[in-house]
Design a protein around this ligand. Structure first.
Ligand code: 5AD
Ligand code: SF4
Length: 474
């Protein structure tokens, strides 16, 4: 009998999201309970990523360990999903014949069927079709696991940046229905979600239709979401500088729930390199967009993705990237050494840098990025910020939450009943990967309309008097 499920997830937030849907599907169909120990599991799923690393090797190395598991417990079922599965298809069975099925990111909705087929004796099933519409229509009902949640609004990418494997593994852009997205967020809000992240590979290319039949872009979607009671923070990721429309800039002026924090990948500070990458915009247009946004939201924090040592990138090109970081003072950002991906347009381009030179560029960039991330953090010290409390912290007797600019804060003086609430927190300490702060007050207009507020006020008052009585210091 199958009772326990283990999922190993690599890669982006989209994969994290997909893995949660896989767990939900199998919980519903086979009552499988997700666990953290592969040794105890009856069904093992590997959700793979191929964006940068030598993903294939990593996949077969993990599968080698799972082979031993299957030898000792032959009833175990093994499935491989995600972007490597999409690229490799049935080739996976050649090196790992003990794998039962291979499925792509767009066919995970059929997981219950794959498992049933294995139980019926079917071997080596493969489904790596691109069926995003079908996927959107067949996912289980949304389930909130706390006050924050991701909601897919589109999948795939049609940009074909020359280095990127995503359009080949996840397919072209496909939009989810506007009404379905709004209905899902309503449902999540009913379950206590307060912050929603609109998710996709290229969310600002979103196109849908409002309930009244008007064409809808990301800005109109954000506007509708902001009217859902309880949803008081809206984020989106990932967006592309080319489709960052004026209507989206305008949303920052009119939708206070939209956070003053933007992840907008730029990849390089050199126009020459951007052109070689096929990014379709210049550095001047990127800077102009950010300046427009900062006119509306002077406190906007900006994060980005960077690739160093792209084929043909000279020291001068790289210096342009460093200059851009100095100018825009990017906050916590991601940076990578270019990794050729088989099948992409850049795959065959020659690169005359040694690994040492590539690492040296990455280190110089990362040092600069770390400097500005710390600067942002230090600027937060002794100031008060709105924090959404998400749960108990592992650090002693505190609770944990996030600020609008996505900083994790360990809050002293909060209480279990404040989970899911927006509170003001005074930042008292900057730590390497997080902040520490002191609970100041509940600041959550939405809760004022809800009946448990009196109860909550009691808790808060009690908590604060405890804090004063014992002189709790952060
Ligand atoms: N090599 C290195 N980095 C890459 N990214 C995407 N493809 C590659 C590649 N071939 C990075 C980009 C992108 C992020 C998700 O991953 O910076 O924005
Ligand atoms: Fe890849 Fe470019 Fe699409 Fe981003 S925009 S997913 S980097 S192809």
């Amino acid at each position: 009998m199958l009772t326990k499920l283990f999922i190993e997830t690599w890669g982006c937030q989209m994969n994290e999201y997909d893995s949660q849907k896989m767990a939900d599907l199998l919980a519903k169909s086979h009552k499988l309970q997700q666990i953290n120990d592969p040794m105890q599991a009856d069904v093992l799923l590997l959700n793979t990523c191929s964006i940068r690393e030598k993903a294939q090797e990593k996949v077969f190395s993990l599968l080698g360990r799972w082979k031993d598991l299957k030898e000792s417990r032959p009833h175990v079922i093994i499935g491989v999903g995600g972007c490597v599965a999409s690229q490799e298809g049935d080739q996976i069975f050649k090196r790992a014949p003990f794998v039962d099925f291979v499925f792509g990111p767009q066919t995970l909705q059929h997981l219950p069927l794959y498992v049933n087929q294995v139980l019926a004796g079917v071997k080596h099933q493969v489904n790596i079709d691109f069926l995003p519409d079908e996927k959107f229509d067949n996912l289980p009902d949304p389930r909130a696991e706390g006050p924050t949640c991701f909601v897919t609004i589109q999948e795939g990418c049609s940009k074909y940046c020359k280095y990127c494997i995503v359009p080949f593994t996840r397919g072209q852009e496909v939009n989810r229905s506007f009404n379905d997205i709004i209905a899902e967020i309503h449902e999540l809000a009913q379950q206590g979600v307060r912050e929603v992240t609109l998710l996709g590979q290229n969310v600002n290319a979103y196109q849908g239709q409002t309930p009244t039949g008007e064409p809808a872009d990301l800005a109109s979607l954000i506007f509708y979401v902001s009217h859902i009671p309880g949803i008081d923070r809206i984020r989106f990721t990932t967006s592309h500088p080319v489709e960052f429309s004026d209507t989206l800039v305008d949303a920052y002026a009119h939708v206070p729930q939209l956070v003053s924090h933007l992840h907008l990948p730029v990849q390089s500070g050199s126009d020459r390199t951007l052109q070689a990458m096929g990014r379709g915009h210049t550095i001047a247009s990127y800077i102009e967009k950010i300046q427009d946004l900062k006119k509306i939201r002077p406190d906007l924090t900006l994060t980005s993705d960077f690739i160093v040592a792209y084929p043909g990138e000279t020291e001068e090109d790289f210096q342009e990237t460093l200059k851009l970081v100095d100018l825009l003072e990017f906050d916590q950002s991601f940076s990578f050494i270019y990794s050729p991906r088989p099948g992409t347009l850049a795959a065959g381009l020659p690169c005359d840098l040694t690994l040492e030179e590539k690492k040296n560029r990455l280190n110089r960039l990362q040092e600069k990025l770390a400097h500005f991330a710390l600067k942002t953090q230090n600027n937060m010290l002794n100031k008060s910020f709105s924090v959404l409390i998400t749960g108990p912290s592992k650090m002693g007797n505190t609770f944990v939450g996030r600020t609008e600019n996505n900083r994790v804060v360990h809050v002293v003086g909060a209480h279990q009943k404040l989970v899911g609430c927006f509170v003001d927190v005074l930042i008292t300490e900057v730590m390497p990967n997080s902040l520490k702060g002191r609970f100041l007050r509940l600041n959550d207009p939405y809760l004022e309309q809800r009946s448990f507020l009196n109860d909550l006020n009691g808790v808060v008052d009690e908590q604060r008097s405890e804090e004063y009585k014992y002189g709790v210091e952060c």
